[in-house]
Design a binder for this molecule. Structure first.
Ligand code: NAP
Length: 346
C-alpha cells in the first residue's frame, strides 16, 4: 500500500562546541517513504533523549558512529505499526526500535521488537524503567560492580533514570546503606523520602568528598559512576579495600571543552585493590530476560518506583534534550511524539 504521507523529523544542523543550543537542531517536514520488503512503517508514540547522544553529536571516533549532519538523529522509540511488509509484524503492533527523533519511521522488521502494551502502566516504561536505562542499572550494579548483599553503595546522578533504579535495586537486594548525589534539594528529598535511600546530598552544596565522607562514615563498597570527575575522585577516597566501581557515564564532562583534571587520586586504586570497570549496556543484552522478570515483578508489586519527565510534540525534543543535560529533568526524560487514544498505555 502506498500512501502519500509527510512527517516531521529533528535533524542535527550543526555540531555543538560545548553545550548544544536550539540552533544545533532543525525540525523539518519530509516525505515519509513507503516500507520496503521486510520493513514496517511505524508511527512513533514516545521517544527517549539520552546523555550518550551528546557524544554522537561530535565528529569523533567512539563506540558508536557520529550522527550525520543534516540528517535525522536516532534513538530509542516506541511506536505503532501502521503498515507492514514484515512477516513478524502486523498493523497495530506496538514496537520498540532505534529510529526516534521523527514522527514516522521506516524500520527493518528485524530491528523492531514487539512489546505488550497491556503489560505495563505506560508504553513509555519500555524506554525507561523497563528499557535500556533500567537494564543499564541492573546489569551495571549486579554484573559489572558485582554488588552483594551487605554492601554500602554510592550512586551519582541518583535522581536520574539510571541512578534512581540503581539505588532501588541495591535496596531491594539487601544493601547495607545506599547513598545518592543529585543536583537539587528537591531531588535529594525525593531520594530519601520516596525511594528509601539512606542518605543523599546535593553535590552543588559543597565538596563532594566531604559530603560523601559524612554520608558514608564507614566507607563505601560499590560506586556506580554516572558523573565522573570530582564524584569519582570522592568515591575513590571513600572506598573500602576491594571496592568495586561500575564506570557507566561521566556526564560532568560531556559538554566541557577543557580536559578535566580529576580524579587526581587514581593511583589510590592500587593500594585499595579496587575494581573499576567500564560498561556498555549493549554487552549485557543476555540479561534482559532476568531484568524484565525481576524488575517487572517489582514494578507490578509496587516495590520499585519510577518517575518520568514527558514533554509533548516532536518540536519539544531539542529543549527536552538540552534540559536533560542541564539537569532540569526530574526522572527519565521522554518525548510524547503523538498520543494514540485507541492504544492502552498512553
Ligand atoms: P539522567 O540521569 O536521567 O539525566 C542526566 C542527569 O545528569 C541530569 O538530570 C543531571 O541531574 C545530571 N548532570 C548533568 N550535568 C551534571 C554534572 N556536571 N554533574 C553531576 N550531574 C550532572 O540520564 P540517564 O539516562 O540516567 O544517564 C545517566 C548516566 O548514565 C549518563 O552519564 C549516561 O551517559 C550513562 N549511561 C551509560 C550507559 C552505558 O551503557 N554505559 C547506558 C545508559 C546511560 P542533576 O540535577 O542531579 O545534576
Amino acid at each position: 500500500m502506498s500512501t502519500h504521507r509527510t512527517g516531521r523529523e529533528v535533524r542535527l544542523a550543526a555540531r555543538p562546541q560545548g553545550w548544544p543550543t536550539e540552533e544545533t537542531f532543525d525540525v523539518v517536514e519530509v516525505e515519509v517513504a513507503d516500507p520496503g520488503p521486510g520493513q514496517v512503517l511505524v508511527r512513533n508514540l514516545f521517544m527517549s533523549v539520552d546523555p550518550y547522544m551528546r557524544g554522537r553529536m561530535n565528529d569523533a571516533k567512539s563506540y558508536l558512529p557520529p550522527f550525520a549532519l543534516d540528517a535525522a538523529m536516532e534513538g530509542g522509540a516506541v511506536g505503532e505499526v501502521i503498515e507492514s511488509n514484515s512477516p513478524d509484524h502486523k498493523v497495530g503492533d506496538v514496537v520498540l526500535h532505534g529510529l526516534g527523533w521523527r514522527e514516522y519511521a521506516v524500520v527493518d522488521g528485524k530491528q523492531a521488537r514487539v512489546v505488550d502494551p497491556t503489560a505495563v502502566p505506560s508504553l513509555s516504561v519500555y524506554l525507561g524503567v523497563l528499557g535500556m536505562t533500567g537494564l543499564t542499572a541492573y546489569a551495571g550494579l549486579l554484573d559489572v560492580a558485582e554488588f552483594k548483599a551487605g554492601d554500602t553503595v554510592f550512586v551519582s546522578g541518583a535522581a536520574g533514570a539510571v541512578g534512581n533504579e540503581v539505588g532501588q535495586i541495591a535496596k531491594l537486594k539487601g544493601a547495607k546503606r545506599v547513598i545518592g548525589s543529585a543536583g537539587s534539594a528537591e531531588k535529594v528529598k525525593h531520594l530519601i523520602d520516596d525511594l528509601g535511600f539512606d542518605a543523599a546530598f546535593n553535590y552543588k552544596d559543597g565538596p563532594v568528598a566531604e559530603q560523601l565522607a559524612a554520608a558514608a562514615p564507614e566507607g563505601i563498597d560499590v560506586y556506580f559512576d554516572n558523573v565522573g570527575g570530582e564524584h569519582l575522585e570522592a568515591a575513590i577516597e571513600s572506598f573500602n579495600v576491594h571496592g568495586r566501581a561500575a564506570i557507566c557515564g561521566m556526564i560532568s564532562m560531556y559538554n566541557s571543552t577543557e580536559p578535566s583534571a580529576a580524579p587526581r587520586n587514581l593511583a589510590t586504586v592500587i593500594g585499595k585493590r579496587l575494581t573499576l570497570r567500564g560498561m556498555l549496556v549493549g554487552d549485557h543484552a543476555r540479561r534482559m530476560p532476568d531484568f524484565i522478570a525481576e524488575v517487572g515483578g517489582w514494578l507490578r508489586e509496587g516495590k520499585i518506583k519510577y518517575r518520568e519527565d514527558v514533554t509533548d510534540g516532536l518540536e519539544s525534543t531539542p529543549e527536552a534534550f538540552i534540559g536533560m543535560l542541564e539537569g532540569r529533568n526530574f526522572g527519565k526524560q521522554l518525548v510524547r511524539v503523538s498520543p494514540d487514544p485507541t492504544l492502552p498505555g498512553q
